[in-house]
Write a protein that binds this ligand. Structure first.
Ligand SMILES: *[C@@H]1O[C@H](CO)[C@@H](O)[C@H](O)[C@H]1NC(C)=O
Ligand SMILES: *[C@@H]1O[C@H](CO)[C@@H](O)[C@H](O)[C@H]1NC(C)=O
Ligand SMILES: *[C@@H]1O[C@H](CO)[C@@H](O)[C@H](O)[C@H]1NC(C)=O
Ligand SMILES: *[C@@H]1O[C@H](CO)[C@@H](O)[C@H](O)[C@H]1NC(C)=O
Length: 224
């Protein structure tokens, strides 16, 4: 009889721990969330979901890093972008992507903002803010996408990037050994990795509800 509370407590902790683990797995990478926002928007327009390619996404993060935190170079009169040759010479090797599997880039959407936004807001408010963005997002030639989110020196500005390709989803941007090289800081999509380096404060905010719930339930369980 005296063992019952402990059994219940362990069971509750187990349930809470799995709930927390599941939650964090799904929400802990802003680049994966950005791809989800994009694909939700495409499917709402009766277009197919794009494959989230980790090799392409790793290259997207390298592309963003080439800006070295210079938000002013992203748009406007002083807009710049990395040279095309960088894909094969720098980005692919840094990611472990086989250069022979690089495939055509069919679109890019890059935005930058001083403060952190929720990925779905970033998609709508930063990346979708002009008509050209709509054309890019709804282009029928894309088959796959890679997303990157990166802050600068642990803070803003934050870069949000979607890189589209018409490559073969089963063979393009192939990774040496099949695994993407994680190139922190910054987050990229498709690799099933937890990544919170772009938004540490937000991470803390998300964990609190679980801690509070766990304390409440444990408090209750001890009254047996
Ligand atoms: C998709 O994006 C467009 C353009 O920003 C927006 O008007 C529309 O509401 C979005 N649709 C969904 C389902 O989010
Ligand atoms: C987008 O296109 C609509 C209709 O073609 C036009 O009225 C509007 O001014 C455009 N907006 C921008 C930001 O270019
Ligand atoms: C799709 O690809 C074809 C062939 O490369 C090209 O002619 C066409 O302009 C592309 N369409 C769009 C919307 O980019
Ligand atoms: C895609 O790549 C796979 C594996 O290399 C190949 O079997 C398939 O035929 C390719 N599909 C297209 C449409 O090229």
């Amino acid at each position: 009889m005296t063992k019952t509370p402990w059994f219940l407590l362990l069971l509750l902790l187990f349930i809470l721990a799995s709930a927390a683990a599941t939650q964090i797995k799904v929400t802990n990478n802003p680049a994966d969330e950005l791809v989800a926002a994009l694909n939700n928007n495409r499917t709402a327009h009766k277009m197919k979901s794009l494959y989230d390619n980790p090799g392409l996404a790793c290259i997207a993060l390298q592309y963003v890093k080439a800006y070295q935190g210079d938000c002013g170079a992203v748009g406007g009169p002083n807009a710049e972008k990395p040279a095309e040759s960088e894909f094969a010479e720098t980005f692919a090797p840094n990611c472990g992507v086989l250069v022979s599997t690089l495939s055509p880039i069919t679109g890019r959407l890059l935005g930058c903002q001083s403060h952190y936004a929720d990925p779905s807001e970033a998609f709508l408010d930063i990346l979708m803010k002009n008509n050209k963005s709509l054309e890019i997002v709804y282009n029928k030639n894309h088959t796959e996408v890679g997303a990157a989110v990166s802050g600068t020196d642990g803070g803003g500005p934050y870069f949000w990037f979607l890189l589209f390709s018409s490559g073969n989803t089963s063979s393009s941007f192939a990774l040496e050994g099949g695994v993407a090289k994680l190139t922190r800081p910054g987050c990229f999509s498709g690799a099933n990795d937890d990544c919170s380096s772009a938004y540490d404060w937000s991470q803390t905010r998300r964990v609190w509800p679980f801690v509070a719930t766990a304390l409440l339930v444990i408090g209750y369980a001890f009254r047996f």
